[in-house]
Design a protein around this ligand. Structure first.
Ligand code: SAM
Length: 282
């Protein structure tokens, strides 16, 4: 048994809120529905609350931890898990395109990093089958939001284009130490490599550009927002007609499929030049 003094203290700026409730740990691992042959990637293993049960569930676990103190500590305390590969480094820098096919991502994410990391992971979506993530409840709400609701926005549309998100359960602050100041929720994202709106890879970028421009002025109509974003009025009207969209609708009422149809039409009519934006910038 290791002495408590050898356990590194939490560093707030790294979003370190460690899970201390074994019941929540069990629920998260159960939610991932892991088969032994599935490779697992854990981001931010911390003190290993999830890592050990994950190592018990599958044959291969890779864990990326930025805090070298925790990585060193884990290598000692989980020395009896030969199927664990601990990488010390920044999860934002990890080469996700090298992940084995069918990887399942399981993580209690540092909240400061969750949105950029989510988009980074989705750039390598062909490698990932699903993700079970602990997120700030406010972000989780946005991921699952339906059109015409206050939480529906750019994040909802982009995530719902590439995944089927499902809210699993909320987690009380007293399940962590130290306790976070914000609410937490577990979300499961089943990845759709081709996207819900079945756009080509190149048009995926146009889709992002269209969605961002459409939401840039929440109170304006989609037609006015896109015109303000610099799209040529004639082609824009034609594209809206082609996508069977009334130009007086607001972005927050458009479904993912409608955004897909609009982006497709804008590309077809040459209203969007080959896009410069990538989804990681959202
Ligand atoms: N998985 C542990 C648990 O559930 O108790 C710890 C979760 S804690 C919310 C987030 C973890 O992510 C911490 O261990 C923190 O050091 C790590 N972390 C923070 N930023 C990171 C980054 N950029 N790359 C990799 N790990 C990071």
């Amino acid at each position: 048994m290791r002495s408590a003094s050898s356990t590194p203290q939490a560093r707030k700026h790294l979003g370190q809120h460690f899970l201390i409730d074994p019941n929540i740990v069990r629920k998260i691992v159960a939610c991932a529905m892991l088969r032994p042959e599935e490779p697992v990637l854990e981001i931010g293993p911390g003190r290993g609350a999830l890592t050990r049960p994950l190592c018990g569930a599958v044959r291969r676990v890779t864990a990326i931890e930025i805090d070298y103190r925790l990585a060193t500590h884990l290598k000692e305390t989980l020395a009896d898990c030969p199927n664990l590969d601990i990488k010390t480094g920044d999860a934002l820098e990890y080469p996700y395109h090298t992940l084995p096919q069918g990887t399942v991502v399981v993580a209690n994410l540092p909240y400061y990093l969750s949105t950029p990391l989510l988009f980074k992971l989705l750039e390598s979506r062909s490698r990932i089958s699903r993700m079970v993530l602990m997120l700030q409840t406010e972000v989780a709400n946005r991921l699952v939001a339906k059109p015409a609701t206050p939480d529906y926005g750019v994040l909802s549309v982009l995530i719902q284009q590439l995944t089927d998100p499902a809210r699993e359960f909320k987690v009380a602050a007293n399940c962590f130490r130290p306790r976070p100041a914000v609410g937490s929720s577990v979300i499961k994202l089943a990845v759709r490599p081709q996207g819900r709106a079945h756009l080509s890879v190149a048009d995926q970028d146009s889709f992002v550009e269209t969605v961002r421009a459409a939401f840039s002025h929440r109170r304006k109509t989609v037609g006015n927002s896109l015109r303000d974003a610099g799209l040529p009025p004639k082609e824009l009207s034609e594209a809206l007609a082609l996508a069977q969209l009334d130009s007086t609708r607001r972005a927050e009422t458009l479904t993912v499929h409608e955004f897909g149809a609009l982006a497709d039409a804008l590309v077809m009519l040459g209203a969007i030049q080959r896009p410069s934006l990538s989804i990681s910038r959202t």
